[in-house]
Design a binder for this molecule. Structure first.
Ligand code: LLP
Length: 414
């Protein structure tokens, strides 16, 4: 673990978090390079017995420096927009290791991905398949595709981050997929290369993934019998992390659970983890602005739903600790931000010993923290710092006030 305590003081690798807050201000995202790399390597090692490619899900945290260090480890990337593709390329990522997911790929994004020469488009509908075929043919190209099947399994996670049920907008109903594969194989602008699914996020059980894979493999076998052979299987992302007392399966446990199904299969295995790579490697540091006792005791801090949306959006629980604890009486506080929304809560009823200016660390903020941040209430987005031993690299500067209206125009005399 890269976040440790020494005499009570919280450290990120070799840096005292309170020093970082003083140097860079708050709110502040702090990431551990060692932990990100260790998480990626653990994934990679877990699947060593099978040819595989980890395609890190950029949406979890798309900072260029993080993409850069993953690219250097040999990572591929799962993208969902032209913006994410541009980020990967700017960070030195290899386009031949990129898969493109998402239900709403625009024509310009398709062109961009064909220009780059990505590994595969994960096709989410028949309409998208046709659009891709048309664009590829116009350019005299063949576009490599997987169909993202919707295996109709219950991932048993929060309904907002569950994606593999037939009520969800994602993927192609697995019962229709066989027909769509035949359609795809007949399209001259399309090269069928794989099968893909992603059933949800923050998964704490393996069974839904095993189920999804075995349903998918039954389809792969039927396709093979009909002469459609696939080069890869993409099992998506979704492995959970520990926010509270969850016991999410490790990548090794995942690999072990899937191995009996995969043994003897020639297909290269792709996976799209996001949270499991970066989630536990990040903290959000925030300072108390006011303590407001009353019917409920509020600790009003300088971070808000704008920096960490998960508690407001999913009622998610993330651990909050005092950075440098001191002897004081603990109370139950609702830790809230300054944003004008009742939902602007980082944590409810947290037992904390606080002073009027205490620093707090919110754990598990490496994934879906900055990447879901907004400027709502005209709040400049915070800096991001990557810790490497005793060194702190500014990998994104704090936004300035003028960043808030960059690109806006006054009407002037008009
Ligand atoms: N692949 C696809 C196609 C996805 O849609 C996602 C996440 C991933 C991979 C990566 O999933 P992960 O390994 O990170 O669970 N904002 C939510 C999570 C939304 C995830 C959306 N898709 C949260 O903060 O919990």
């Amino acid at each position: 673990m890269s976040f440790t305590r020494d005499n009570g003081r919280l450290f990120a690798e070799g840096c005292a978090v309170s020093d970082l807050a003083e140097r860079f201000g708050t709110p502040l995202y702090v990431y551990s390079r060692a932990q990100i790399e260790a998480a990626w390597r653990a994934y990679d090692a877990a699947f060593a017995q099978h040819e595989h490619l980890i395609c890190y899900a950029v949406k979890a945290n798309g900072n260029l420096a993080i993409l850069e260090l993953l690219a250097r480890l040999g990572s591929g990337f799962d993208i969902v927009s032209g913006g994410e593709l541009a980020r990967v390329l700017a960070a030195g990522g290899d386009p031949q290791r990129v898969v493109f997911s998402g239900v709403g790929k625009r024509e310009a994004e398709i062109e961009q991905a064909l220009d780059a020469g990505i590994l595969a488009f994960n096709i989410e509908s028949e309409a998208e398949l046709e659009r891709l075929n048309t664009v590829a043919l116009r350019r005299g190209q063949q576009a490599p595709i997987s169909l993202r099947v919707n295996p109709d399994v219950d991932a048993r996670t929060h309904p907002y981050i569950s994606t593999g049920l037939k009520d969800n907008k994602f993927g192609i109903d697995i019962h229709r997929a066989e027909a769509v594969y035949h359609q795809a194989a007949a399209l001259p602008g399309i090269q069928v290369t794989g099968l893909d699914f992603h059933i949800g996020s923050q998964l704490t059980e393996l069974e839904p993934l095993v189920d999804a894979l075995s349903r998918s493999l039954a389809l792969v076998d039927r396709l093979e019998a009909a002469g459609i052979t696939l080069a890869h299987l993409d099992i998506g992302g979704g492995l959970g992390i520990r926010y509270d007392d969850e016991q999410p399966p490790s990548p090794a446990a995942l690999a072990q659970a899937l191995e009996p199904l995969l043994a003897g299969r020639a297909q290269r295995l792709l996976m799209e983890p996001g949270r499991a790579i970066v989630g536990e490697a990040g903290l959000l540091i925030t300072q108390v602005e006011y303590l407001k006792p009353g019917h409920r005791d509020f600790a009003i801090v300088d971070a808000a739903m704008t920096e960490l949306l998960r508690p407001a959006l999913y009622d998610a629980w993330q651990n909050i600790e005092v950075v440098d604890p001191f002897a004081a009486k603990a109370h139950h506080y609702d830790v809230v931000g300054p944003v004008c929304e009742t939902a602007d809560v980082l944590g409810r009823e947290r037992l904390l010993a606080l002073a009027a200016d205490s620093l707090l660390a919110v754990f598990g903020a490496g994934a879906y923290g900055f990447s879901m941040a907004s400027q709502y209430n005209a709040r400049p987005r915070p800096a991001e710092i990557l810790i490497d031993g005793t060194q702190a690299h500014v990998i994104r500067e704090r936004e300035t006030l003028s960043d808030l209206w960059r690109g806006e125009h006054l009407l002037g005399a008009q």
